[in-house]
Ligand binder design. Structure first.
Ligand code: PEP
Length: 331
């Protein structure tokens, strides 16, 4: 993986190339020229800040300051993805036991992304609690003849505030494309839902050394038509496919590098506001490894599959994460 300086230069060059291309074609870039200039300027400031940290100035005191900064800028998120598990009664039972354990956790946002059939009962169980409700997929259409699909309005109706979009299992088993996912992200934002937008590379791509390139392309393809205001309402989850459900976790260094690469791409799209977007890591996260992951400057939480299925185990993971946040805040 290249150094911060190289990464910053790469984003800088991309921005310049985009601008040059739009000039050659005699077209304006879809965003206004003025907005483009603001992005270039804010990116430069960001570049300086990150370069400073990559040039060996990171003492442990600075590390601590960095973490405090991170928590001040972005509220950490721990989201459980139940996938295709749990009937209505299992979901209700889970909610009661989980809430009992996490009812006083205020340091971070806790989300349960449940199957569609469990959303309505969970709405009742989780009402006025600290736990937010999320779905695992959604249609890009408003309503109509789309057998088997579910709309943003239907999710809002059962008090969902989040929706996972572009999960690798949807991409792999149901052939979802970057273009479809882009449409879903736009629809979710328009409806007022927060997308948890997933990106990640497979093992081949990682072994070819192209992981950052792939993930950055996924981010650009799905998000480059969004306004800065829209971009500031999303959560991104970096989930290396080879780590999902396999028991293999990316090292915290790898997770950091990839989340930072994603933030670089976001900076190209939205300038310094990219510092406010939560970027989660997902892939065999457990109560035992969440602390190390969360201590990384660009990892703002986790999307958790298998380890979210047991209410007590997931509550432990949430408490471990909350302890990191509390330490960073000096509580
Ligand atoms: C996921 O489902 O998004 C996931 C990361 O799964 P697991 O934690 O089981 O690897």
């Amino acid at each position: 993986m290249s150094s911060w300086k190289e990464k910053c230069c790469l984003v800088w060059r991309r921005l310049a190339r985009r601008k040059a291309l739009s000039e050659v074609r005699g077209t304006r870039h879809e965003r206004h020229e003025a907005e483009f200039e603001v992005r270039m300027k804010t990116f430069k400031e960001f570049d300086n800040e990150r370069l400073h940290s990559s040039l060996g100035h990171r003492t442990s005191r600075l590390d601590k300051k960095w973490r405090n900064n991170k928590v001040a800028k972005r509220r950490p998120v721990i989201a459980g993805n139940w996938k295709m598990f749990k009937t209505v009664s299992e979901a209700e039972d889970y909610a009661v036991r989980f809430l009992e354990e996490v009812k006083d956790v205020t340091e971070l946002d806790i989300i349960l992304c449940a199957p569609f059939t469990a959303l309505y009962p969970l709405k009742n169980e989780l009402e006025e609690s600290v736990v937010h409700l999320g779905a695992q997929n959604m249609s890009w259409a408003d309503q109509g003849a789309y057998t088997g699909e579910i709309s943003a309005q239907m999710l809002l109706d059962v008090a969902c505030t989040y929706v996972i979009l572009g999960h690798s299992e949807r991409r792999e088993f149901y052939g979802e494309t970057d273009q479809e996912i882009a449409k879903k992200v736009q629809k979710a934002l328009a409806a007022g839902l927060t997308p948890i937008f997933c990106v990640g590379e497979n093992l081949n791509v990682r072994e070819e050394g192209k992981a950052a390139e792939r993930v950055q392309a996924q981010v650009s393809l799905a998000l480059s038509s969004l306004s800065i205001e829209e971009l500031s309402r999303i959560v991104i989850a970096y989930e290396p496919i080879w780590a999902i459900g396999t028991g293999k976790t990316a090292s915290s260094n790898d997770a950091q590098e990839m989340c930072a690469a994603i933030r670089n791409t976001l900076t190209g799209l939205m300038g310094l506001d990219a510092e406010k977007v939560p970027i989660l890591y997902g892939g065999s996260v457990k109560a035992e490894n969440i602390v190390e992951l969360l201590n990384e400057p660009d990892v703002d939480g986790a999307l958790v599959g298998g380890a979210s299925l047991d209410p007590l185990g997931f509550a432990k993971l949430v408490h471990n994460a909350a302890a990191v946040v509390a330490r960073a805040e000096g509580i």
